[in-house]
Write a protein that binds this ligand. Structure first.
Ligand SMILES: NC(=O)C1=CN([C@@H]2O[C@H](COP(=O)(O)OP(=O)(O)OC[C@H]3O[C@@H](n4cnc5c(N)ncnc54)[C@H](O)[C@@H]3O)[C@@H](O)[C@H]2O)C=CC1
Ligand SMILES: CC(=O)C(=O)O
Length: 350
């Protein structure tokens, strides 16, 4: 099901039409070796996979985009629909197959395949179904692209990032969960809305589990470089701790609300994953709250656990974790979140 025949082979008797339309220029130098060919694979072409794929295309993040799904007709339909937008988009070769060989040589593989929550269902509830699926997804990805970076989006994303790390055998810097990059955007949106400022001027992180035990780092929030809580305290402006808790609660409930209204979430995770892809593939060295191997940070205990911490991302994947100051309460909540994930993980026997 790979991309349809290229224009160059469409002439009668296999005549190479490109030689008729374009006269080759003689004595040209070979293409610059510094220009990398970038390939992204998206596994799972449901609501989330397609939102990510279309954001990658509009943002011109890849020279080649490979799509994989278990349902061939749906997959081919999605591939053709994207290909038909070629006249309006930057040039990207789009391939699709149910066979993982289509992903060969990927720089980044984004995994979105799997069951999703129904209204009111927790992300953690998806675990058993999606772990079984990952056993058929991660090994072939690792086999066809042994140097790739894996970005896991399927839920429960933190535990599945751990599962992907185990199944791939990759070093932990090359296995990343989209984690709370999305929750942090929801958080920034709500704070910006509250203060009537631009969300891009709000620096604010949600860390820990992408889910119900996530932790809001109120102590480090700044708007336009002004640290919000210490500013209010210095100006002796009273604020209600309850109001802060309500904003965090709204972040936690965001996905449940959208799912109860439209059945799934897609656009925001599409932008979130593309935002991470840009930082990784363009070596932006930006800090994102993403799911990383967290042992040893902020007193997180012995077992291997992935959860979101503010991490620097670049071409090598996770380059480091930022040493953001946490209050004792925030650090304790983060360790509790790690414990929640560890307990779920311990049922897996991996
Ligand atoms: N981490 C995050 O922030 C977010 C994660 N999600 C998660 O993303 C996942 C996908 O959600 P949706 O796209 O809405 O679901 P969906 O049901 O629309 O799409 C899932 C796709 O996976 C495919 N699939 C199933 N088994 C497969 C296999 N073995 N190999 C390849 N493809 C397979 C299905 O055919 C389907 O096209 C869910 O687990 C959901 O909870 C959703 C939103 C945000
Ligand atoms: C579904 C999900 O994980 C989200 O939108 O946050």
């Amino acid at each position: 099901m790979q991309k349809s025949a290229s224009a160059s082979s469409l002439g009668p008797g296999g005549l190479d039409l490109s030689q008729i339309f374009f006269k080759p220029i003689q004595n040209t130098s070979p293409p610059s070796p510094t220009k990398r060919h970038t390939k992204i694979s998206v596994i799972g072409t449901g609501n989330v996979g397609m939102a990510i794929a279309q954001t990658i295309l509009t943002q011109d993040l890849a020279d080649e985009l490979a799509l994989v799904d278990a349902i061939p007709d749906k997959l081919r339909g999605e591939m053709l629909d994207l290909q038909h937008a070629a006249a309006f988009l930057p040039r990207t070769k789009i391939l699709a197959s149910t066979d993982y060989s289509v992903t060969v040589g990927s720089d980044l593989c984004i995994v979105t395949a799997g069951a999703r929550q129904i209204a009111g269902e927790s992300r953690l509830n998806l675990l058993q179904r999606n772990v079984a699926m990952f056993q058929g997804i991660i090994p072939p990805l690792a086999q066809y692209s042994p140097d790739t970076i894996l970005m896991i989006v399927s839920n429960p994303v933190d535990v599945l990032t751990y599962v992907a790390w185990k199944l791939s055998g990759f070093p932990s810097n090359r296995v990343i969960g989209s984690g709370t990059n999305l929750d942090s955007s929801r958080f920034r949106f709500l704070i910006a809305d509250h203060l009537d400022v631009n969300a891009q001027d709000v620096q604010a992180y949600i860390v820990g589990e992408h889910g119900d035990s996530s932790v809001a780092l109120w102590s480090s929030i700044s708007v336009g470089g002004v640290p919000v809580l210490s500013f209010l305290e210095k100006q002796q402006i009273p604020y209600e701790k309850d109001a802060l808790e309500k904003i965090h609660k709204a972040v936690v409930e965001s996905a449940y609300e959208v799912i109860s209204l439209k059945g799934y979430t897609s656009w925001a995770i599409g932008y979130s994953a593309a935002n991470l892809a840009r930082s990784i593939l363009r070596d932006q060295r930006k800090i994102h709250p993403v799911s990383v191997l967290a042992n040893g940070f902020y007193g997180i205990g012995d077992g291997d656990v992935f959860l979101s911490l503010p991490a620097q991302l670049g071409r090598g994947g996770v380059l480091g974790v930022t040493n953001v100051h946490l209050t004792d309460e925030e650090a304790q909540r983060l360790r509790n979140s790690a414990k929640t994930i560890s307990e779920v993980q311990s049922q897996l026997g991996l």
